[in-house]
Design a protein around this ligand. Structure first.
Ligand code: FES
Length: 568
């Protein structure tokens, strides 16, 4: 098999001379001979992505594995998105990161790629890029951080920030105590240690077959992470030799496996948008309804924050993802292969549960039907999602009066006002926060509760928006309402006082007013200034709605690893 990189390096002409000569800074001549595959290490290490700051060390272990297996490792720093730093929201840049990584892989003399990610958007963007360029690829997740403690209790990174800050607003925790918890929140290297989006997407990568099975959830400081990184480097060389490309691994069966996994681990709603986007890049037929059809009857087996009690290092010591998947093995596609070339289910043979308080048996789940529920109705003709596992059971069927907020700024201005006409039966509606509306679809869907209700002891209310929610958050929160208000969706026509009806069992989300009245109403304007230029302009013009993964319309469908023209 002729290597792709040989199109740059083989021969004795001027161009191959240039390609080799400029690369010979530490690389011997033999690196370009004998069919050695050149493996890019797409590395999202960055000081500004603190969850990924250790990935250079991971990359070194990957590189050792590549050399050992007869390949040539090449570090390729790619766009990195630090969830806590990047404004207005890292999601605005996910497609940019995916597009830049895709094009750099296509433009360079590489035969395969190891994808190093961790923080929320990094694994999704890497998988989208790998799906589009379809070079042999394997994911090496950076792993979660260890559990920090405050006042003797474990801290769930992210989740407990929301909880503690609500306690301050409710007057049950002093601001000084709250600030004291800051130094305990992040105990070590690694990404958030709840089943937030980063942990979820590492599990999704494994369920899709894109990691060496047994890798997801290995804590970042654990020595086994580097051991597995070394193995992953070795495997990348094999992937090239066997031409095992993402399109062969990430089939529809693999996506359905990921949906089963998402439900069993109680994963983040953000995975819905990311999986739809990755599938779109591959041309795999996956729809929002697949999440409900395949996932909604799957039991919740993992007792992790934000829906439960424990944290990622507990999951790892309790048997890890493999032990969870073993419990739902009959629901998995037996033919979906992993990067190893063997079906994912074959890798589950030795998996065991070591702590049933963290990973429950199938016969004793935390919830019998845990997957994402997809709602439709006159408020969400394109669909909306809710995670029942993170919601209050008594609110899953609810009728209440809408209290409408036009924007995040409007929430900040009015939510805590004593004059706000709201009670615990109200339904908080936030619009203008979808993919186009507040470009990037920020994680504001779990909008805080009004202070006066917090003071009364109210801890959950029905909330509806076209936004996303942090994977570390919880509550009875309807998200990703499509079409969003800024794209002309009916959410733009709801008015304060309208009766809203949520019925999760019936999968309905409606505003209970006559159809003719809803049709006749003029949609509210969001007041957001349209971006004038640059990426934001391109994004707003081309982003799809959440039910299609919020990808750019012109990036949907695979384009492969075609090599561009020479320019010298
Ligand atoms: Fe990076 Fe949570 S902020 S994973």
């Amino acid at each position: 098999m002729a290597l792709r990189s040989s199109l740059w390096y083989s021969g004795n002409d001027r161009n191959s001379y240039i390609h080799r000569a400029w690369m010979r800074r530490g690389l011997p001549r033999e690196a370009f001979e004998g069919g050695k595959p050149h493996i890019a290490i797409a590395n999202t290490a960055s000081d500004l992505t603190p969850c990924n700051s250790h990935l250079n060390e991971v990359a070194e272990s990957v590189a050792h594995g590549v050399w050992e297996a007869g390949g040539v490792p090449l570090n390729l720093p790619v766009v990195s998105l630090g969830e806590t730093n990047v404004r207005p929201t890292a999601m605005l840049w996910r497609n940019l990161a995916a597009m830049a990584t895709e094009e750099m892989l296509r433009a360079n003399p590489v035969d395969g790629v190891v994808l190093l990610g961790g923080c929320d958007k990094t694994i999704p963007s890497l998988l989208m890029a790998a799906a589009s360029v379809d070079l042999p690829a394997v994911v090496m997740p950076g792993g979660p951080m260890l559990t920090g403690h405050f006042r003797g209790a474990p801290l769930g990174c992210g989740t407990d920030v929301w909880r503690l800050s609500e306690e301050v607003r409710a007057g049950t925790l002093s601001r000084e105590e709250f600030l004291r918890s800051e130094s305990s929140m992040i105990r070590s290297r690694g990404h958030c240690n709840t089943m937030g989006t980063a942990s979820t997407m590492a599990c999704m990568a494994e369920a899709l077959g894109m990691t060496i099975p047994g890798t997801a959830g290995t804590p970042a400081p654990d020595s086994r992470l580097l051991e597995r990184s070394h193995e992953t480097g070795r495997l990348a060389v094999e992937l090239v030799a066997r031409e095992r490309r993402p399109s062969r691994v990430m089939t529809r069966g693999s996506f359905l496996n990921a949906i089963v996994t998402l439900a069993a681990v109680g994963g983040s709603t953000n995975a819905v948008v990311h999986l739809l986007a990755i599938a779109g890049r591959l041309g795999v037929d996956l729809s929002l309804d697949d999440f409900d059809r395949t996932g909604s009857g799957v039991p919740l087996l993992v007792d992790l924050q934000p829906a439960g009690r424990h944290l990622m290092d507990d999951l790892f010591r309790a048997g890890g993802l493999a032990a969870v998947l073993k419990e739902v093995e009959d629901l998995l596609d037996p033919e979906a292969v992993a990067v190893t070339g063997r079906p994912l289910v074959e890798h589950l043979a030795g998996a065991e549960i070591w702590d049933e308080s963290v990973i429950r048996r199938r016969a004793d789940p935390l919830l019998p039907d845990a997957g994402i529920a997809v709602l439709r109705g006159n408020l969400a003709p394109g669909g909306a999602v809710i995670k029942p596992a993170a919601a209050s059971p008594e609110l899953l069927r609810h009728r209440g009066r809408a209290v409408v907020f036009e924007s995040i700024e409007d929430v900040h201005a009015r939510l805590d006002s004593p004059a706000l006409d709201v009670d615990e039966t109200s339904v908080l509606v936030l619009r203008g926060c979808g993919p186009k509306g507040y470009p990037g679809m920020p994680e504001v869907g779990n909008l805080p509760l009004p202070a006066k209700l917090l003071e009364k002891g109210v801890r959950d209310m029905v909330r509806i928006s076209d936004a996303r929610m942090s994977g570390t958050a919880y509550g009875t929160v309807v998200l990703h309402t499509a079409p969003e208000a800024a794209a002309g969706g009916p959410l733009a026509k709801v008015r304060t006082g309208d009766p809203i009806v949520l019925d999760v069992a019936a999968r309905r989300l409606d505003v209970d007013i006559p159809d003719a009245e809803l049709a006749a109403r003029r949609p509210a304007t969001t007041g957001y200034a349209e971006p004038a230029r640059g990426w934001e302009r391109l994004y707003v013009d081309h982003v799809t709605q959440a039910d299609r993964g919020a990808d750019l319309d012109f990036l949907i469908g695979s384009s492969g690893d075609r090599v561009g023209r020479e320019s010298h």
